[in-house]
Design a protein around this ligand. Structure first.
Ligand code: F6P
Length: 554
């Protein structure tokens, strides 16, 4: 189904212009004061759905901001775009493809057409095959060449074929089934391969080569290394099928690599790599947590899909998060956005959201090819709290940039140790509080005087102690990290990214920029190894190639 993205310039919409004026009017907006003026502010700007509680009251907004942002979403055609996303229209216009990750979590019986064919039966057939495979491994029925059960599953994949599965399987470690350990091999770095291989036995290891295209350099090189290692460890060649399987939409390439057809699970062109953990690319997740938990993950994401489709924009979590991002990026000049999980198990969420957001919305032209005149996706960064508090939070509190942040925190821990979780939670809340409240010059002076410092010292130190405050954040609270809630959380961010792409009029589902580096990489490699005698296009790259050639030892 072709998709006709709106070709309008969003900045010409009356709601955009109204937001511009409103932004000027909010110049002196003070969050501290906003809470004093409105005792209902927390209730007014928070919502609870899909197992997630979102507090967005600590943002530089009032009721009018929300209503103008919602007008903007409507004017930009968001209602139609959401329908197009779920119906399977070709919203990835440059590649003429739909982006149907939402089909992967829909129940059997739903119909989703791609080129006139209902894809739901294939989706559920793949799920059934995953279920059968996982059952065989977990029950010791899938055995290695020496008839021992599989104890280690190694996912070989990179980008979307790595970050999502790794996030989920590590976040759901408390749900891990006994007996099978999950590992991830992504980078083309011999050290990561060797360090992992040293922990494995070829007799009991199953490799999943996870690559939508089956053409990704890092993945193919690691898959070759794994095969070489298996053979060098004494694994018989004719038993390779007990140790290698693949998930790919390129069945021919996987077969050419030597993987048996019955060991290849499908992927489809209509699922983007960074949106693929819900497909058979999620096989290592299911291997780790079992198929019922994997289905719970899908159900959680499906609940968020329904919320996204049905909730009015004023009470729609992904829409609100997206609009807040637009508000800061396009009207306040914010260039980055911090993702700060306060949970050990969620520590990889920043890396996954980084790919999801930056590979999707790191674009400079609109769907129709015209240059975008406003900022698109921000830099996504961050990491686990409290660790970040002792590293980069300083810049959030006193740096010169406005950096909105999302705090993500569970109410309860799977591993209570004394009062650690209470302290973890308290730290999370106090960080968003400190960002909002800050410390005025008068407060800094009073504090220093109370310490008995001389007036000279007070005046010398006070400016350094001032924390401007008024810095915005969202807090997402979940009871505990469960498969369902995690599914909803990830789907929330997927939809947030989509909404922003609609507002900016860009394509969130292609990634042409990544290709240039891949192409140039081949030329650089040929020159480094001497198979191409010609010089590099520029003196810097050539100088570095020469340095490599004269110093390389292994
Ligand atoms: O980095 C570009 C990219 O195409 C990502 O979008 C994708 O997730 C990753 O490479 C891996 O691709 P594949 O699954 O085809 O190996």
């Amino acid at each position: 189904m072709p998709y006709a993205p709106s070709s309008q310039d969003v900045t010409r919409l009356p709601s955009w212009q109204a937001l511009n004026e409103h932004r000027q009017a909010l110049d002196g907006f003070n969050l501290r004061q906003a809470f004093v003026d409105d005792p209902q502010r927390f209730e007014r700007f928070s919502l609870d759905d899909c197992g997630l509680f979102l507090d967005y009251s600590k943002n530089l907004i009032d009721e009018r901001t929300r209503s103008l942002l919602v007008d903007l979403a409507r004017d930009a055609g968001l209602t139609q775009a959401i329908a197009a996303l779920f119906e399977g229209a070709q919203i990835n216009a440059s590649e003429r493809r739909p982006a149907l990750h939402t089909a992967l979590r829909r129940p059997l019986g739903d119909r989703v057409l791609v080129d006139g064919e209902d894809v739901m039966p294939q989706v559920h057939r793949a799920l059934l095959r995953m279920s059968e495979l996982v059952g065989r491994v977990h029950h010791g029925l899938w055995r290695g060449y020496s008839d021992k059960p599989i104890t280690d599953v190694v996912n070989i994949g990179i980008g979307g074929s790595f970050l999502g599965p790794q996030l989920v399987s590590e976040a759901l470690l408390p749900f891990a089934q006994r007996g099978v350990r999950c590992h991830y091999l992504a980078n083309i770095d011999g050290s990561s391969f060797q360090e992992l291989a040293a922990k494995l036995s070829a007799e009991t290891t199953l490799f999943i080569v996870s690559s939508k295209t089956f053409s990704t350099l890092e993945t193919l090189k690691n898959a070759q290394a794994a095969r070489g290692w298996y053979l060098a460890q004494g694994g018989p060649e004719d038993e390779l099928h007990r140790h290698f399987m693949a998930v790919s939409s390129n069945v021919e390439a996987a077969k050419a690599f030597g993987i048996r057809e019955e060991n290849i699970l499908p992927m489809w062109d209509w699922v983007g790599g960074r949106y693929s953990l819900w497909s058979a690319i999620g096989l290592p997740i299911a291997m780790s947590i079992g198929i019922s938990n994997f289905k719970e993950l899908l159900t959680g994401a499906y609940r968020m899909d329904l919320h996204f489709q049905q909730a009015p924009f004023e009470r729609n979590m992904p829409v609100l998060l997206a609009l807040l991002g637009v508000w800061y990026g396009n009207f306040w000049g914010a260039q980055s956005h911090a993702i700060l999980p306060y949970d050990h198990y969620l520590r990889n969420i920043t890396k996954h959201l980084q790919q999801l957001d930056m590979e999707s919305n790191g674009k400079r032209v609109r769907q129709d090819g015209s240059a975008l005149q406003i900022a698109s996706g921000p830099v996504i960064w961050g990491g686990v709290g409290c660790n970040g508090q002792h590293a980069y939070h300083q810049l959030l509190h006193q740096g010169t940039q406005l950096i909105p942040a999302d705090f993500i925190v569970p109410v309860s821990s799977y591993n209570p140790v004394a009062d650690h979780h209470q302290w973890l939670f308290a730290n999370c809340l106090s960080q968003s509080q400190a960002l909002m409240l800050g410390k005025s010059h008068a407060e800094a002076e009073a504090e220093l005087r109370a310490q008995g410092l001389s007036e000279d010292e007070v005046q010398r130190l006070a400016p350094h102690k001032v924390v401007p405050g008024n810095r915005p954040s969202n807090t997402l609270v979940l009871e505990r990290v469960s498969p369902g809630r995690l599914g909803a959380l990830i789907a929330l961010y997927e939809h947030k990214v989509f909404v922003q792409s609609v507002i900016w009029g860009i394509n969130a589902f292609d990634q042409w920029g990544v290709e240039l580096g891949k192409e140039l990489g081949k030329g650089v490699y040929s020159r480094m190894v001497g198979s191409d005698p010609s010089g590099a296009e520029d003196a810097s790259t050539q100088g570095l190639i020469d340095f490599f050639r004269s110093h390389h030892r292994g």
